[in-house]
Design a protein around this ligand. Structure first.
Ligand code: CA
Length: 236
């Protein structure tokens, strides 16, 4: 599966570049445009997987852009608005946005919403068979169940692999030990959460400095933002 492209429509360049940065770090390709006219043209020609659409644009307002795109396509649209009172209209049938966020928003929340919308829109994207996640020097291939740090492969036990994948797949979010137990081990009750700690310890030992896992004291675990790696620097 190719990396999904998110189209970001926002005329304030500081917000556009900050959103683009977070989405790129979350593994998406990003295209940014700064007007409603460009948004409609790129939506038609580039088939983005999702559109982040600001309501206040210099030419055509975001609501009108959303309506017009809706006439042509079912692409998921997440709207950004500065005013709470617009919200009912935005997600109503007339405009047809899939979700919205009110400015100022937490970029992690934006990424979490986008993941969730894309999952609902295309369940087949959840299939791991063709998915890989790159995070700094770490490359995780779900189809082959291989983990590499730079050039060298790291052997993980099946649950270690699943735990690493689950955390990477929710980059930016904190997962509690109970959530991890449920998702990785399939427990639907509060189980022995030390199991999670033991596996995290093994992952840290095996991955060394490439381990992205951070302990969030009293809550659970999350993945730290990727450091600029030598590999990335060489390819960009
Ligand atoms: Ca704007």
């Amino acid at each position: 599966t190719p990396t999904p492209t998110i189209l970001v429509v926002e005329d304030e360049s500081s917000i556009a570049s900050f959103v683009a940065l977070y989405l790129k770090n979350a593994g998406y390709q990003v295209r940014t445009v700064s007007s409603g006219a460009e948004a409609m043209s790129v939506a038609a020609t580039d088939a983005p997987a999702l559109i982040v659409l600001d309501l206040m644009l210099p030419d055509i307002d975001g609501i009108e852009v959303c309506k017009r795109i809706r006439q042509e396509s079912d692409v998921p649209i997440l709207m950004l608005t500065a005013r709470d009172e617009d919200v009912d209209k935005i997600i109503g049938l007339e405009v047809g946005a899939d979700d919205y966020l009110t400015k100022p928003f937490n970029p992690r929340e934006l990424v979490a919403r986008i993941r969730s919308i894309l999952r609902r829109a295309a369940p087949e994207r959840r299939e791991r068979e063709s998915e890989t996640i790159r995070h700094g020097d770490l490359l995780v291939d779900a189809g082959r169940r291989e983990v590499r740090v730079g050039e060298s492969e790291v052997q993980l036990a099946p649950k270690e692999f699943d735990l690493l994948w689950e955390l990477l797949d929710h980059r930016g979010l904190v997962l509690t030990r109970d959530q991890l137990l449920e998702r990785v081990w399939g427990y639907t009750f509060t189980g022995d959460t030390r199991t999670v700690d033991v596996h995290v310890r093994q992952l840290r030992r095996k991955l060394g400095d490439a381990s992205p896992i951070v302990t969030v004291w009293g809550v659970g675990y999350k993945v730290a933002p990727a450091r600029e790696s030598q590999t990335d620097a060489a390819t960009t």
